[in-house]
Design a protein around this ligand. Structure first.
Ligand SMILES: Cc1cc2nc3c(=O)[nH]c(=O)nc-3n(C[C@H](O)[C@H](O)[C@H](O)COP(=O)(O)OP(=O)(O)OC[C@H]3O[C@@H](n4cnc5c(N)ncnc54)[C@H](O)[C@@H]3O)c2cc1C
Length: 506
């Protein structure tokens, strides 16, 4: 049996469902088929949006009301530092916002969100096969082989879109899938019950300085614990559970090694004074604990005649700052712009899409992530990056969506001459901060200001006021450069690996 359609989408989670919704709304004459392997989604990572993916969900997909009722509003990101596991909780350095955020962003239960988006795609007129698995394809000839309910079916489509996530079905078939070996990061994560309320009476009464020092909700933020070579996310979910995960660079850090994954993750969280306070009574939810090694990868080509890759099927970089769903949104817009243009009889330069995707991915990596794990655990260095990275994100990509939104085919960041220059500048200071971190390790003063201060800003806005935050970070970077001039290597005095050792848990 052969099924004909215009667009066949492999995978119906965030990326696949979003593209199906937009295609049906913006080019209703196209017949869209979504093939989704799972019978039911489960909870997964990709729970914190930025302002880019928040805007995509709330405005472009028109889901603001759904998000307000069924998901949580996110209150920015917050970072916590400690000298070692004995640092008193109230002394841990904190960077974040003092006030609630000004732009929509969300903490997502992905099982609920992806289910809702796929239902929305079906309501918009997409056909859904589920559970059904794509077992073979000839993308250049527009042919898919699908197994569904014991039958093997053939699908013919003018466009095949791979939204299969890390399975990256098409990239692996074409041999264009590549690991990013320069960035050896890995992750372990779980959902927890019984996490203490960051904003509640118990913690505020026990630690009055902590309670009085911030106006915004800390619980609603994405909280980050940090150390040399690693960071942890703590994300609240609607209903009271928390998602927590550890991401580490295997050149610099090894997580606790004994016990099951959930036990190892909790042992690590408990080794940080802030984690200990928040997770003391928490328990990892059974069967909701996972790990991935070698997180980053990409496809050397993401578009070709009759096919395109979107979301994680095209590549993934690093979860720090939550850019995953941003890239999903951007790559969905690219596929949408291309299919719309071709459906209207136009020709799209696919080579340009491939060049721009590679350039954007590579610049993003060098600007934000390359060797960042060397300085993540040093409050002073990370604070310099925090203010510069986020203000430039607001002045670049976030400004693009709040001002005159450009065409979908031009949505990727770091492609224009100005963006490109900003990307190179970011790569420069990122590299310098990593060099200073190494010098500090050798001189025994890594994390020298990890205690006794909080830096809570007014919040970011996508206009020239963000320059104030940028210069705050810039000054701190220059200060660190000046301090580094006086550093001499003193290996004998190297500090303990900051908060790296697990403490026993009851
Ligand atoms: C540790 C970690 C933490 C992260 N944290 C964040 C974060 O906080 N914020 C953020 O924005 N991003 C985050 N990300 C990234 C985010 O999870 C992904 O970018 C996002 O989930 C990708 O969505 P997707 O729809 O492209 O793919 P997926 O969500 O993986 O969906 C792929 C779908 O394809 C289906 N499928 C696969 N193979 C087949 C087949 N052969 N036939 C039919 N269907 C198939 C699957 O069943 C699945 O439903 C994180 C990633 C990692 C690794």
């Amino acid at each position: 049996m052969v099924q004909e359609c215009d667009v066949a989408i492999l995978g119906g989670a965030f990326s696949g469902a979003s593209l199906a919704i937009l295609l049906r709304r913006e080019v209703p004459k196209l017949r869209v088929l979504v093939v989704e392997r799972s019978e039911k989604f489960d909870r997964k990572v990709g729970e914190a949006t930025t302002e880019i993916s928040g805007d995509f969900l709330s405005k472009r997909l028109g889901q603001m009301t759904y998000l307000a009722h069924h998901q949580l509003s996110k209150q920015g990101l917050r970072m916590w530092f400690a000298q070692d596991e004995t640092t008193p909780f109230e002394e841990c350095a904190e960077i974040g916002a003092n006030y609630q955020v000004r732009m929509p962003a969300f903490q997502l239960d992905r099982e609920a969100l992806d289910t809702h988006l796929l239902e929305t795609a079906v309501r918009a007129g997409a056909e859904l096969w589920r559970p059904a698995k794509v077992v073979d394809m000839d993308a250049t000839a527009g042919r898919l082989t699908v197994q569904r309910g014991g039958e093997t079916l053939e699908v013919r489509a003018r466009w095949i879109v791979d939204a299969s996530g890390r399975a990256a079905t098409l990239a692996r078939k074409f041999g264009t899938w590549r690991p990013l070996d320069e960035h050896p990061t890995n992750a372990i994560w779980a959902r927890f019950r019984g996490v203490r309320d960051w904003d509640g009476h118990e913690l505020r009464a026990k630690h009055p300085k902590f309670g009085a020092s911030c106006i915004a909700s800390r619980a609603a933020a994405t909280n980050h614990l940090t150390g040399y070579g690693w960071w942890c996310w703590i994300i609240p979910l609607k209903g009271g559970d928390f998602s927590a995960g550890l991401v580490y660079d295997s050149r610099l850090f090894t997580p606790p090694e004994s016990g099951g994954l959930g036990h190892r993750l909790k042992a690590h969280l408990m080794a940080h004074p802030v984690g200990r306070e928040i997770f003391a009574d928490a328990e990892a939810i059974e069967n909701d604990v996972k790990a991935y090694s070698k997180l980053p990868y990409f496809s050397t080509e993401v578009a070709g005649p009759g096919w395109q890759m979107i979301g994680d099927a095209a590549g993934f970089l690093d979860p720090l700052y939550s850019p995953g769903l941003d890239y999903c949104a951007w790559s969905v817009r690219l596929a949408l712009g291309r299919i719309k243009a071709e459906a209207a009889g136009g020709a799209v330069d696919l080579g340009r899409i491939n060049r721009r995707f590679r350039q954007s991915y590579d610049t993003w990596f060098r600007a934000l992530y390359k060797d960042k794990y060397y300085y993540l655990g040093d409050a002073e260095l990370m604070s310099a990056a925090y203010w510069m990275d986020i203000s430039l994100f607001y002045l670049g990509p976030v400004r693009e969506i709040t001002n005159a939104r450009g065409p979908d085919l031009d949505c990727l960041p770091f492609n224009g001459p100005v963006d490109g220059a900003v990307g190179r500048f970011m790569a420069f200071y990122n590299r310098r901060l990593a060099v200073i971190a190494r010098k500090r390790r050798e001189a025994g003063c890594y994390g020298r200001r990890n205690t006794g201060w909080r830096e809570l800003g007014d919040g970011f806005v996508p206009d020239p006021r963000a320059l104030g935050s940028f210069f705050r970070g810039f000054k701190r970077w220059i200060g660190a450069e000046v301090h580094a001039l006086s550093l001499r290597s003193r290996p004998a005095l190297a500090p303990p690996a900051v908060t790296a050792r697990p403490v026993p848990i009851s």
